[in-house]
Design a protein around this ligand. Structure first.
Ligand SMILES: [Zn+2]
Ligand SMILES: [Zn+2]
Length: 195
């Protein structure tokens, strides 16, 4: 399946497949999922698994707290009555937290199992409504392989050069297709010549 490459006028590069420009982070993000206001960062290719493990552990925590809040309400209602016990406990807050966070984890589990991003799911990029030929070319075809690839696969190298690293060895990881000639710095040129 052919995937169109779009040109980003802000970053002045042809975006790699699945990349999107984030206006808040002001750069293109590979395998862009979404910009998360909770963590104050974009969720993309290199941090998606950590984001998923974060919301998964958060769901377990909210379930744990909710279970004990319910136990607390039951024990208190024996002495004070159900309504008074309900007023004194944060059961309503816990109830909504459980639904929203567990729901979010469930949604991301579905995305991982089908190798989709939130951005692609919202846009309906691989929706069957668009026709039979519109299959997801990034899916490995099996839920287990998709999960393994997303959670246990090798972590791709970073393309952005760390400003603190001035040695040439650090710039080996720069990908030639990601920058335009005007953005080649002296240190990256140094590597290009050497290699
Ligand atoms: Zn961009
Ligand atoms: Zn962002």
């Amino acid at each position: 399946q052919a995937v169109k490459l779009k040109y980003c006028f802000t970053c002045k590069i042809f975006r790699p497949p699945r990349a999107s420009h984030c206006s808040l982070c002001d750069n293109c993000v590979e395998r862009f999922d979404h910009h998360c206001p909770w963590v104050g960062n974009c969720v993309g290719k290199r941090n998606y698994r950590f984001f998923y493990l974060f919301i998964l552990s958060l769901s377990l925590l909210t379930l744990f707290i909710f279970a004990f809040v319910i136990t607390h309400v039951i024990l208190r209602s024996n002495r004070k009555g159900f309504l008074d016990a309900l007023k004194e406990s944060p059961v309503v807050v816990c109830f909504f937290s459980v639904w929203s966070i567990v729901g979010l984890s469930g949604f991301h589990t579905y995305l991982i199992s089908s190798n989709q991003t939130t951005n692609e799911d919202i846009k309906g990029s691989w929706s069957t409504k668009r026709g039979k030929d519109n299959y997801n070319p990034y899916s490995y075809g099996s839920i287990i392989t998709n999960c393994c690839a997303a959670l246990c696969g090798p972590l791709p190298p970073r393309w952005v050069q760390d400003k603190r690293m001035t040695s040439c060895i650090a710039s080996i990881y720069l990908s030639p297709h990601l920058f335009s000639p005007s953005s080649v710095s002296e240190s990256s040129l140094c590597v290009l010549v050497r290699s």
